[in-house]
Design a protein around this ligand. Structure first.
Ligand code: HEC
Length: 124
């Protein structure tokens, strides 16, 4: 008689633990889906209405810390006169993959193209 009332509690405890495990797995799965969703949103950027303006904004955000406010160089070399030195594709490639001591920048291809378009547009 004495041991029996404990059984329902044991069952409840086991079910409770299982429920916790299941819910945490569902939660992790949900988080993974959210992260994937974010990635897809970036892929959905198809093109900019005004690539030169967009490129200028992006350069001001992520390049001037190393290449200088006027892009004439600080820790990185000048990038205000790339015409004849690099093609648009090569500049986009540098942005996406880095070069030498410069790390890859966190931009997608459309942004990298806009940056390249802008840099060539200001290049003498
Ligand atoms: C963390 C600092 C840093 C940031 C941020 C940075 N660069 Fe650079 N960049 C460098 C360095 C350093 C070099 C020289 C690399 C080498 O040749 O070893 C370089 C080289 C380059 C070159 C080649 C220049 C040449 O004369 O060969 C281009 C083009 C360039 N960067 C474009 C960009 C653009 C566009 C951005 C912004 C999207 C950017 N960089 C952001 C540090 C940086």
């Amino acid at each position: 008689m004495k041991g029996k009332p404990l059984v329902p509690f044991a069952v409840t405890a086991v079910l409770g633990i299982l429920l916790m495990i299941v819910l945490s797995l569902v939660g992790l799965n949900h988080q993974a889906t959210l992260e994937e969703g974010d990635g897809e949103e970036v892929e959905e950027v198809v093109e900019f209405d005004d690539p030169i303006q967009a490129g200028e904004d992006l350069v001001n955000q992520s390049c001037i810390s190393c290449h200088g406010n006027d892009l004439t160089g600080v820790s990185g070399p000048a990038i205000n006169a790339l015409e004849g030195q690099y093609s648009e594709d090569e500049i986009a490639d540098i942005v996406l993959n880095g070069i030498g001591g410069m790390p890859a920048m966190p931009h997608n291809e459309v942004e990298a193209e806009a940056i390249a378009t802008y840099l060539l547009s200001i290049s003498e």
